[in-house]
Design a binder for this molecule. Structure first.
Ligand SMILES: NC(=O)c1ccc[n+]([C@@H]2O[C@H](COP(=O)([O-])OP(=O)(O)OC[C@H]3O[C@@H](n4cnc5c(N)ncnc54)[C@H](O)[C@@H]3O)[C@@H](O)[C@H]2O)c1
Length: 372
């Protein structure tokens, strides 16, 4: 069971509880500028730092981390960074513990929960963006030979998620927007996911409500209380998707990211309103076994969570939010060719969580609206 703890002051206590001798720290290039760096460095444990990877990390990056971890004989992992750093740390942990080593991260093993039971490397994650919720999920994303791979294993869920919102003070404005939109889309998608449970819907509701109440102050006023609420929201959204997984907006965003170089949260957020509009117009394609009426009720609950009166107004709410933040849709260069590539790129397995069925033809229709 993961422990979620607030405040960087608690780090020393956590380190004492796990009794680490040599800590492997996974950090990104923002680490030297973080306002929590000094507190981390004051802690009394030997640290080995690894930062030789880029956002949207590659398998090859992860392998360098695996080699360093083993060569230095570390016994615990501390990830400090956004989703990319936390995901690199998860992949390193899995590869170090799995009998299959780094093969556990690539096809065909990547789609299996390889055995790492009974072995332990204590793992602490300190998120420095408020968006992915990766500190509270059992997934990690990395690229192998140009394709996005999602590693899923219960053993990579961090033992401790340490939330310190003051770290968001240095996050560039555009990154704040992208990451907050990722959390909002996770919350909405988790709420309507075919795999939702009462527990995941509770987390999703909290995430969506916290973002609705605090997003303006967080983005436009740099308000520290709003920042702490958004960090909490992102963590709730992570906990929600850890149960329900994400749906079509995430599935359709991945090629938008690689084709138009839009960061993850931005890419998901341009997909969401179009998909939502299509879903509300086509209840007859409902594939959630709980039925059409159930889904209509969920759409209404989401609208309440967003403080709106119905799905139409909720979609407008998200579009207005994007406009206010100047988050633009991607623009095609070779339209027909790009739409064909986009529509053919969507992994049908990832669409199974979506409550309204979406096939390649529908995906083409949707991309035609998403891409300007
Ligand atoms: N594992 C999961 O459950 C999960 C969920 C959603 C997304 N993801 C993955 O997470 C990655 C995206 O993560 P992200 O959006 O957090 O961004 P990121 O980790 O890629 O970081 C983006 C940039 O922000 C900088 N940065 C981070 N924190 C900062 C701070 N406080 N101050 C200044 N600069 C800072 C980083 O140095 C980097 O340049 C993607 O690869 C995505 O697929 C994973």
């Amino acid at each position: 069971m993961q422990k979620i703890i607030e405040g960087i002051d608690k780090l020393q206590e956590i380190l004492e509880a796990i009794n680490s001798r040599k800590m492997f720290m996974v950090i990104d290039s923002s680490y030297p500028f973080l306002n929590i760096k000094e507190r981390i460095e004051q802690t009394s444990v030997t640290k080995v730092c690894f930062s030789d990877f880029s956002p949207n990390p590659l398998f090859e990056d992860v392998c360098k981390g695996i080699d360093l971890f083993s060569a230095q004989n570390c016994d615990a992992i501390l990830a400090v960074g956004g989703g990319s750093s936390i995901d690199v740390a998860k992949c390193i942990k899995l590869a170090v513990l799995a009998a299959e080593g780094s093969d556990a991260l690539i096809p065909p093993l990547v789609s299996k929960q390889v055995e790492i039971e009974g072995k332990r490397i204590p793992f602490i994650a300190i998120p420095t963006t408020a968006g992915t919720g990766s500190e509270s999920t059992h997934n990690a994303v990395m690229y192998y030979q140009g394709s996005k791979q999602t590693v899923t294993n219960d053993g990579v869920l961090p033992d401790y998620a340490l939330l310190e919102p003051k770290v968001l003070a240095t996050l560039p404005l555009y990154q704040k927007k992208c990451t907050m939109l990722d959390a909002l889309c996770q919350g909405i998608e988790s709420w309507w996911s075919v795999n939702s449970t009462d527990e995941s819907k509770g987390y999703a509701k909290t995430a969506v409500e916290l973002i609705t109440k605090n997003w303006r102050k967080y983005i436009f006023d740099n308000d520290s209380r709003a920042a702490s609420q958004i960090m909490l929201a992102a963590n709730y959204a992570g906990r929600a998707i850890n149960i329900s997984a994400t749906t079509a907006a995430h599935a359709m965003s991945y090629k938008i990211t690689s084709m138009y170089k839009l960061p993850h949260g931005h890419a998901v957020a341009v997909c969401l309103p179009e998909i939502w509009e299509y879903m509300t117009a086509h209840p007859e394609h409902c594939i959630d076994p709980r039925g059409k009426e159930y889904l209509t009720d969920i759409f209404n609950q989401i609208s309440k969570g967003l403080g709106t009166t119905g799905p139409k107004e909720s979609i407008a709410f998200v579009r207005n939010m994007m406009n206010e933040m100047n988050m633009e849709n991607p623009v095609a260069v070779n339209r027909e060719q790009e739409l064909d590539i986009l529509a053919g790129s969507v992994n049908p397995v990832r669409l199974k969580n979506n409550p309204i069925s979406i096939n390649e033809q529908t995906a083409w229709y949707l991309y035609n609206r998403i891409v300007l």
